[in-house]
Ligand binder design. Sequence first.
Ligand SMILES: [Zn+2]
Length: 292
Amino acid sequence: MRSKNKTKKPFKLIIIILVCVLAFYASKLLHAKKKIQKEEISEAGKIVIAPISTPTPIPIPSTSIVEEEATPKENVFRKVAFGYSIKGKPIEGYEIGSGDDCLFMFGSIHGNEMGTTDLLNKLVAEIRAKPNLVGEKMKLIVLPIANPDGYYDRTDKLNANLVNLNLNFATTDWQQYGGEGTFAGEKPFSEPESRVIKEIVEKYKPRRMISYHAKGGIVNPEYNHESSLALSLWYAEMTGYKYYGDGDWDFSGTATRWFKETTGNAALTVELSELLASDWEINRDALLELIS
Ligand SMILES: [Zn+2]
């Protein structure tokens, strides 16, 4: 019995050791599994902060365009600051259409002739409402206030330097005092406002130019100039304004004379009936036909 016990004892011991080892490894395994599960939970519960992507900057074009309507290419409609007055007021106008046939119209070169500004603003409003009024081949440059210092700050026709701007253009007959005795400036194009008109003509190369004034209800062409005469006769017929023909009206240093002498193209002076009347209904048909 004893010897039998003696042989069984080490065997029992081995079994016990084996069970202990197995239990040890089993507990280790269980612990490891629990640890993995814990890490998975903590990973899932984490608040992930995504890296902030840097947006691509949108390039901003540098330009003097003040406003641009979202219209198709053929219906270009831009408000443009063409320059600045002596007192720093913007000389703003409109570039409308994308054709080659440029028509340039300006008002209030004499600041107290405010109806001319109303007329051109009404034309612009009409075009804004119906862009198709402007023909595909046309480009319009509309400058409602050529002399903003005179328009806003004075009661006479002059600019802030007391110059009659419509005598400040470099014509062959330029003189320092005009027909009415008003000052034409130190020299031709001495004034920023007349230089703006010069720059518009040089840049856009208009085929026709109309200078709006008041008062009198008359139409006056440039002298000895066939295309100016034809345009004036037509405009007088369309509006009923009195036609002042060749030689009836003579001023030196005017924008229209400079335009005719420089470009050879048709230039026309229109005097509305009153200083403050837009005469829109009188001019409407002629204007809509000119821009079509
Ligand atoms: Zn005038």
